[in-house]
Design a protein around this ligand. Structure first.
Ligand code: BTN
Length: 247
């Protein structure tokens, strides 16, 4: 389903660049990759450090014919496809911190930022931005305990963005078609459940500035996180900000 790929030395943000090209290619889906981003963006308006050739910085723009409310499932699809791709290429076992962080040995190696342009009942386009730290490097003191890279964690791994990208696209395409054509995300849910570093843990959920603490118990059939509150009552979380205690 991908029609094009753009490879750039430097862009402000691959998400931003993809959006700027969205209307130039009506009906097309494409990928943007950059060696470095001057304004890489993380979730919640955070900056995403994207130094030259230290990671895979990419965005995938697609125009799925689905209800905009279903769009968050694309993040689960991307997480499953990327976690599997890294497992295969780097021979490791990547975890998924629901819904959009990729974890290796308890630290973050990558994140996903999904952005949507939609009208009621209709998606203009969705941009799925993924950043994976690959190169061996030192992180600043504030990130040191939280972030890592593939080369930092895996002695035998040598940075190879094209291979990760190819395997990612292969998996993503399969899950995406299954979802868009048949509303089927079973395989994606299985991977997200098996690889989850969120389930059976204490999670902090931030909604409207308030933080509540729960126990994460399962992902439901829509990919939402089901938690138990202090009183043992079930509550369903859909793509709020979740931080997992203990990681
Ligand atoms: C997060 O964990 O906060 C999400 C990080 C997403 C970073 C990627 S890098 C490629 C794409 N372009 C951006 O500006 N952000 C995403």
């Amino acid at each position: 389903f991908l029609n094009k790929a753009f490879f750039h030395e430097s862009v402000d943000s691959t998400n931003q660049y993809a959006k700027s090209k969205a209307m130039d290619f009506p009906g097309a889906s494409f990928i943007v990759v950059a060696d470095t981003q001057s304004k890489g963006r993380g979730r919640r308006g955070r900056n995403w450090e994207s130094l030259k050739n230290t990671g895979l910085w990419m965005s995938l723009l697609a125009k799925p014919d689905i209800n905009p409310e279903e769009a968050p499932k694309l993040t689960l699809i991307a997480a499953a496809a990327m976690a599997k791709a890294i497992d295969e290429v780097a021979d490791c076992n990547v975890g998924i911190k629901w819904p959009n962080d990729l974890i290796l040995n308890g630290k973050k190696i990558g994140g996903i930022l999904t952005e949507l342009s939609a009208e009621p009942g209709y998606i203009n386009y969705v941009v799925i931005g993924i950043g994976i730290n690959t190169k061996k490097r030192e992180f600043d003191s504030e990130l040191r305990d939280k972030a890592t890279s593939l080369e930092n964690e895996l002695l035998d791994y040598k940075m190879d963005h094209l291979r990760i990208l190819k395997v990612f696209v292969k998996h993503f395409e399969m899950y995406y078609n299954q979802f868009v054509k048949f509303s089927d995300i079973e395989a994606v849910l299985t991977i997200n459940r098996e690889k989850s570093v969120t389930l059976n843990r204490t999670v902090c959920v931030e909604t409207g500035g308030e933080t509540s603490i729960y126990n994460a118990i399962r992902l439901d059939e829509e990919g939402r996180l089901v938690v138990l509150d202090q009183a043992g009552t079930e509550k369903t979380i859909f793509f709020g900000e979740v931080s997992v205690r203990g990681i």
